[in-house]
Design a protein around this ligand. Structure first.
Ligand code: FAD
Ligand code: NAD
Length: 396
């Protein structure tokens, strides 16, 4: 090990940025060299991306300059794309160089899981990053503009969202809120616009509280969302999606929110993974390489009943804090802490003024849940950027 141990953090998402922020508070001068690598010079607030994707918010509001969050005297920031992890050699290959480490933190986030469904990779959009949502927003507006030139093309005004998990539900809600504005802008009759949310399971938000799911579906149906439940998307073509016994629903816009997997680089690097997610030990380390911590959507952990925790920002943040603690403990030869997830609740936005949520055993819906969602957003901004960031990016 080098004289000053080297910690490299890959990804400045929820897990990575929390690790960096906690490390810069905890570490003493010259205790470690910490490098944070991210492909953009901004951190994005993934939990807001459904809004800029639909165009109900500006993408600018969903991103924060990383240098505003970290102390450059304590953490080196490298804007670059990771292309390979070499755990045996303790090296990370970037698009423009190589980094060596003593401790590695992998927080590269998830990737869309397509389950091998033909055509999804090529023909569907995903809500994953600032760039991906810019594309969706522009594409939607363009469909309205194209329809004015080719009014027989009803598929331009048909929007398909594959998967009614939390991402799908939050996005269709925003899209339904945006449609009246687009109809006005492009002189389009609202009844020509179709929004289908197609879900393979018999219910939207499978596993979530049935009463809240029903409430959410009622709110969205009133806004014009049509649900097709118990209906798996079998193929995605440039013309639309194939369901059932080969029925094609024509659409020029398919947005896939059917699930996520861990980053492909972990499997390529030889980490044992399930759908790209590495089952970490109780201290958040890879069982194969104990100097490698894996966080957030790239990691897999089980609850006391043996069921995997869903990949959320909430768990990624808590893992980031625990990981920073354990890194400091390792450097100081102290005992590592076991990660214990503290479930704060789940609140899903249903667009303007509406949400559903389960906080502890308390069910919330309507405007109260909407306010709760906004409070959760403000709390996150406060945690990463203090009151300055709350005032700059937060809004009720
Ligand atoms: P991410 O936050 O995805 O960050 C990964 C980082 O790594 C990014 O900065 C990315 O640019 C960077 N990166 C990726 N690849 C490379 C590379 N090769 N080289 C360099 N950098 C790279 N969860 C909740 O708990 N509550 C919510 O309300 C909620 N809402 C959501 C809404 C939407 C629309 C979506 C899509 C997800 C939502 N989630 C929510 C889930 C949550 O956003 C994720 O679980 C969380 O972002 C995972 O955090 P992470 O740290 O693992 O990775
Ligand atoms: P998900 O895996 O939770 O949901 C995907 C949905 O797609 C499932 O309901 C699944 O049945 C459906 N599906 C899969 N294959 C299909 C097919 N062929 N045809 C039709 N439907 C199909 O994925 P997500 O919604 O992107 O969520 C990812 C993670 O992010 C989850 O852990 C979620 O809890 C979290 N998240 C949380 C919030 C929130 O708390 N407000 C918001 C968004 C995402």
């Amino acid at each position: 090990m080098s004289r000053v141990p080297r910690i490299v953090i890959l990804g400045a998402g929820y897990g990575g940025i929390l690790t960096a922020i906690r490390l810069q508070k905890e570490l003493n001068y010259n205790e470690a060299d910490v490098t944070l690598v991210n492909k953009h010079d901004y951190h994005y607030i993934t939990t807001h991306l459904h809004m800029p994707a639909a165009g109900t918010d500006n993408p600018e509001n969903a991103r924060v300059n990383i240098l505003k969050l970290i102390d450059e005297f304590k953490i080196d920031f490298v804007k670059s794309t990771v292309v390979q992890i070499k755990p045996q050699e303790r090296k990370v290959i970037l698009e423009d160089g190589t980094l060596s480490y003593d401790y590695l933190v992998v927080g590269l986030g998830g990737e869309p899981e397509t389950f091998g469904i033909p055509g999804l990779k090529e023909n569907a959009f995903n809500i994953r990053s600032i760039n991906s949502v810019r594309l969706i927003r522009e594409h939607i507006e363009y469909q309205f503009a194209k329809f004015k030139r080719e009014p027989h093309r009803k598929d331009y005004l048909t929007f398909i969202v594959g998967g009614a998990g939390f991402t799908g539900i939050e996005f269709v809600a925003e899209l339904a809120d945006r449609v009246p504005e687009l109809c006005k802008e492009f002189d389009v009759s609202p009844e020509l616009v179709k929004i289908y949310n197609i879900e393979a399971a018999p219910s939207a938000l499978p596993g979530f509280d049935p009463e809240l799911v029903q409430y959410g579906m009622d709110v969205l149906a009133k806004k014009g969302v049509e649900f097709k439940l118990g209906t798996a998307i079998k193929e995605c073509t440039p013309e639309g999606v194939v369901i059932g016994e080969g029925e094609l629903i024509k659409s020029a816009t398919v947005i896939w929110t059917g699930g996520i997997r861990g980053n492909h680089m972990l499997e390529e690097a030889g980490f044992e993974a399930m759908r790209g997610r590495v089952k970490v030990d109780p201290n958040l380390r890879s069982p194969q390489f104990e100097n490698v911590y894996i966080l957030g959507d790239c990691s897999l952990m089980f609850n006391p009943d043996g069921r995997p925790y869903p990949p959320t920002a909430q768990i990624a943040m808590q893992q980031g804090e625990c990981c920073a603690h354990n890194l400091v403990a390792s450097l100081r030869g102290e005992q590592l802490k076991e990660f214990k997830f503290s479930m704060k609740g789940t609140v899903a936005s249903l667009g303007k003024g509406e949400a559903i949520g389960l906080v502890g055993t308390k069910k919330m819906k309507g405007y109260t849940a909407y306010l709760m969602k906004k409070l959760i957003d403000l709390r996150y901004l406060y945690i990463i950027g203090g009151i300055t960031l709350v005032l700059k990016k937060g809004k009720l």
